[in-house]
Structures are given as C-alpha cells and as structure tokens.
Design a protein around this ligand. Structure first.
Ligand code: NAI
Length: 395
C-alpha cells in the first residue's frame, strides 16, 4: 500500500517501513563514520530498544563495538494493508543490518514490566550469550502493571504544589498559546513514580543477578532529563522529575549492592521523540533549542548523544565522568550558558507571528515525521510498500 502520515495530536498512527529502515541506516552510518569504541561492552541488553534513545543505545554498541544485543520493546507489527508502529520497522531494519555484519541480535516484543518477558530474556541470555555486561534501561511508558499486585498505574505530566502557566505550542497549527496545568494529587505523583521511576529497572537487575547472567563488572544505565528554569515546574520539579529522582535513588541502591561504578543515570539532551512530544511546553522549548544549537554548531540527535555517551563515558576504558550527584551529563551542551541565554531570550519574544524566525519549528516537524519514517532522502513515498514485515528473530 501507499503509506502516508496520519497525525493525531502528538502521535502519528502510521509508519513507513522503508523510511524507518532509512532512518536506522543513517544512524548506523553515523556510528560507522566514527572511530570504533575503545572498550565496548560485548553483550548488551537494551530495554526500550525500538525508538528514540533506546534504539540509538542498541545501534552504538553493535555497530561501534561489535556487540551482541538483545532488545526489548512494545511495538505493533504491520499486517496486510495496515502499518505497524515505527519501532517495529526500526527493529526489523536493525536486525537485518546486524545479520549482514554477523552480529547477534534478538528481540522481545512485549511488556517489559512483566515477569514473563524478564524470564524469556533470561532464558535467551542463558542459551545464547551466557552473561551480559551492559544493560540500558530506556523505557518511556504512560502506564505500568505491577506484576506483584496486578495493579495498573498511570503516569501524568503535571506540576507539583502549584499550577503551572507557560507558553506552549499547538504542534498541529503552529499557534503559540498559553497553557495552565493544575498540580498533581499525591496519588498521581506516586503513580508516576511507579511507572517512570527506577523500581522496574531494579527488578530487571535483580532478576538478571538472581539468574546468574550478569558478568562481573557489568554496567547499567538509565536516562533522565533536567532542562532549564522555564520547564522546571513541569519537568524537574513536576511528577516526571519525582520519578527521575527515584531513578537516581535506584542507581544508588544498586551501587551499594553491586559496587560503585555499576549503575548510572545519564542526563540526556531534550530531543524530538515519541515520548517528549507528549510533554506540554517541551515541543516549543525544543523548537527554540534546535535553532540555537544548530546556529552554535552544537546540535545533536539521539545517535550523536549516545555515541558520545559510550565514547566518552561507558566504553572509554576509564570511569565515566559524573556531576556532584553521580550523574553522567551528556546534556552539557544543551545546558551551557551561551545556549541557555539565547533560548531564554527567544522564549521571551516568541509569538505565533515570529515563530518561524525565532525557532526551528519546521525542523521540529521534520524530525517528528522522521520518527515515523517520513521525509527520508532516497525513499520513494509514491511506491507501493509491503506493510507486513517479519522481525527475523521472532519468525
Ligand atoms: P521513546 O518513546 O522513543 O522510546 C520508548 C521505548 O520504550 C520504546 O522502545 C518502546 O517500545 C518502549 N516501551 C514503552 N513501554 C513499554 C513496555 N511496557 N514494555 C516494553 N517496552 C516499552 O522514548 P525516549 O524519548 O527515547 O525515552 C527513553 C528514556 O529517555 C526515558 O526514560 C526518557 O525520560 C529519557 N529521556 C528522554 C529525553 C527526550 O528528550 N526524548 C531527554 C532525556 C531523557
């Protein structure tokens, strides 16, 4: 069928198989254009491996260090006349490219929060790899069913303590307006921590340790965000920030149990992904940020960020450089003074009328479409494409 984008608010309900493959290939090409990692992990598990930061975290050790990878994600396969989700096609493309290079790649499509998926992954590690030496936890999910009590928790993106009023953008129309969000209840805060905090990350590491499939000196990393003052109330000081605090507490607990320099939280840059486009205010901030960082020649996407994470920190052969709270900071360029000063100045002035001058909203929209495989060079979008694509390791 001919696949075209169908956008509903902050999601696109279609994805283009060849476009997603081209997107994955461009990330692989980027990694191959860089020097090989000097001390790469060799057997890597990525939880949340099909899109955004997790996909990049699978590509970098595989194509930059020859690692065997296991990927876990929750995606929809395509069927005849109905497209699957982008993460499905990304994973198909990843596995096909890995196979061409003789790299082991196995994928699990299901609920990472469940006990079943953990058991299946452990069985695959035992059968195929013996042990793993790196676990990347890159889940972004709106809900989680806790396997211990069967209860489903939902995360919310709300401020804590007081309402938050800020400029915002309607990404459909390009209208700059104002949004007011009421503060979260205590229950909403607790539920968001349940979903996006570190509890499940710890459960994964515990399950892997109990099964004896963690190599000595294994490392694990999960991703966080901090950002500037203007998103502080909705992010760092909001419900999601509470969950990220819990993630840091989880890292500290795992370091006590397994030894220092085992578990890290990496604070990453704000980027267009399926998860970030759902956060109020953030798309306008990202549009301004992209313009400033492109002008200052500092712009990075997920693959550049994660390549730097492995090269400078996780696979450098030394100990990662961390801030005063033990976090790796690959948001350093975003948070640098010249970048933040320029973004803050533009933020004060931005309106619907001057949006295209002051921001890179057109770049934001292009990148959003690329997440779903649209707008990639070299892809013939007029051509019939097969939407049913099996994932090699699952077929
Ligand atoms: P994303 O939406 O691109 O990726 C989420 C991944 O989680 C996908 O692979 C999806 O299949 C998987 N997933 C979701 N629910 C699942 C479930 N129940 N079982 C199995 N897999 C599931 O998200 P993104 O933006 O890459 O986020 C990943 C992490 O990075 C999050 O912790 C996020 O807070 C963090 N981060 C994101 C930033 C951004 O600007 N996008 C900035 C800094 C940190």
């Amino acid at each position: 069928m001919i696949v075209t984008p169908k956008i509903r608010g902050f999601i696109c309900t279609t994805a283009h198989p060849e476009g997603c493959a081209a997107n994955v290939q461009s990330q692989i090409d980027y990694v191959k254009s860089k020097p090989a990692l000097s001390a790469p992990p060799k057997k890597v598990l990525v939880i949340g491996a099909s899109t955004g930061y997790g996909l990049a975290s699978r590509i970098v050790p595989a194509f930059g260090g020859g690692a065997a990878t296991i990927g876990v994600f929750f995606e929809k396969p395509g069927v005849e006349n109905k497209t699957g989700s982008a993460g499905w096609y990304n994973s198909v493309a990843f596995e096909e490219s890995a196979a061409k290079e003789g790299l082991y790649a196995k994928s699990f499509n299901g609920d990472a929060f469940s006990g079943e998926i953990k058991d299946e992954v452990i069985a695959a590690i035992k059968a195929d790899l013996g042990q793993i030496d790196c676990i990347v936890y890159s889940l972004a999910s709106p809900r989680r069913t806790d396997p211990t009590d069967g209860e489903t928790y939902k995360s919310v993106l709300k401020p804590i303590g007081a309402p938050y009023t800020q400029k915002n953008i309607n990404t459909d129309t390009g209208e700059v307006n104002c949004i007011s969000i009421e503060p979260a209840s205590d229950d909403e805060i607790a539920h968001t921590v349940k979903v996006m905090g570190g509890e499940d990350w710890e459960l994964w590491i515990k399950a892997l340790a109990d099964a004896g499939v963690l190599a000595d000196n294994f490392k694990t990393v999960a991703y966080s965000y901090i950002g500037p003052d203007l998103t502080y109330q909705i992010y760092t000081n909001g419900t999601i920030g509470r969950a990220k605090e819990h993630l840091e507490e989880s890292a500290a607990r795992m370091n006590t149990q397994f030894g220092d320099a085992t578990a890290y939280v990496s604070v990453n840059k704000a980027l267009v992904t399926q998860a970030s486009s759902a956060i109020p205010v953030v798309p306008l901030y990202i549009s301004l940020l992209y313009k400033v960082m492109k002008e200052q020649d500092l712009h990075e996407g997920t693959i550049e960020q994660i390549e730097r994470l492995f090269t400078d920190h996780l696979a450098s052969g030394g100990t990662p450089t961390v801030d005063e709270r033990g976090r790796i900071r690959i948001d350093d360029w975003e948070m640098s003074e010249p970048v933040q000063k320029a973004v803050a100045e533009a933020w004060e002035k931005v309106t619907t009328e001057n949006l295209s001058d002051l921001s890179d909203f057109s770049g934001y929209k292009k990148e959003f479409l690329r997440l779903f495989g649209f707008g990639l060079e070299g892809v013939d979008y007029e051509k019939d494409t097969k939407t049913e694509k099996p994932l090699p390791s699952l077929s």
